[in-house]
Design a protein around this ligand. Structure first.
Ligand code: PAF
Length: 283
């Protein structure tokens, strides 16, 4: 199992392989791997000659220092999980220095306004941090295909936008959300929930499903009002936002347009942990 900590070694290795291997699949992660990540790796393995997985908790995308400090770091068990999936996967687990040298800073991006909605509104600077790290990783790995989960749907659209604007040659592939048995979207953050809350957190997906049913007959405003009001009565679960937006520009749906695809997006704080999820509202 190859694990590289330095970009110079990884790029030298990848360059030595390009004659034999034509396509490189890439799965960027922040570690604390769960079945959702492993399914992205599986997809990459099925469709590429080589698969690279990065494991790096990127400091510039955290707008809250406490969240960065508490983010789970489980490199040894992550490597074991990948090894069990396939021991030919190449792992890149760099230090902050290897990525940022001495300047741990984000570049500033213009994502045509997508960055100002939802997560961007509530986590200032987050998407500049995501854009910065994803661009750096793409430059190092030079992938043919890169895999992102739809749980972070806004991030997926941001990455697609960056690739188009910067004319990067990589295909971005969005993969379906994997869920725990009770419907909670898989996330590295779930590990930090108490058993009781992790079970109760199934209500997030239940509300998303309910909103999908309601949206067939009601306006986005009516559906949002229902969800926002309902959360006021739920102990411990603090609704940060619930929004119905079009999939392309992520603008709030003011009036339904048959030509657009819509999604409901939600962010909830519980036990000091922030959970996000979304659902397609298109039948
Ligand atoms: O989705 C994530 O885990 C991160 O935002 C990513 C894409 C690995 C960038 O740090």
């Amino acid at each position: 199992m190859l694990v590289f900590n330095q970009k110079s070694e990884l790029t030298a290795f990848l360059e030595s392989q390009t004659i034999e291997f034509k396509s490189v699949g890439f799965v960027p992660t922040m570690g604390a791997l769960h079945s959702g990540h492993l399914s992205l790796i599986q997809k990459s393995l099925e469709n590429n000659d080589l698969t690279v997985v990065s494991i790096f908790v990127n400091p510039t995308q955290f707008n809250n220092n406490d969240d960065l400090k508490k983010y789970p770091r489980t490199l040894e068990s992550d490597i074991e999980k990948i090894k069990k999936t396939n021991n030919k996967v190449i792992i890149y687990a760099p230090s902050v220095d290897d990525i940022y040298n001495n300047s741990v800073e984000s570049a500033s991006f213009n994502f045509d306004g997508i960055e100002n909605q939802m997560e961007g509104k509530h986590r200032p600077g987050h998407f500049d941090g995501v854009g910065t790290i994803v661009k750096k990783l793409f430059q190092i790995v030079n992938p043919t295909n890169a895999y992102f989960g739809k749980k972070d749907f806004q991030q997926l659209q941001i990455v697609k936008k960056m690739v188009a604007k910067e004319k990067l040659i990589v295909k971005i592939i969005g993969c379906e959300i994997l869920r725990e048995q009770n419907g909670l979207a898989m996330s590295s953050r779930n590990e930090r929930l108490s058993t009781e809350t992790r079970e109760k957190a199934s209500l997030i997906f239940q509300f998303l499903r309910k909103s999908k049913v309601l949206f067939q007959k009601k306006s986005a405003q009516e559906v949002s009002k229902f969800v926002i009001e309902s959360f006021k009565n739920i102990n411990k679960f603090d609704l940060e936002y619930f929004e119905i937006c079009d999939e392309e520009k992520l603008l709030p749906c003011l009036k339904k347009n048959k030509l657009k695809k819509y999604r409901a997006f939600i962010a909830v704080n519980v036990e000091g942990i922030r959970l996000i999820d979304n659902i397609s509202l298109t039948k």
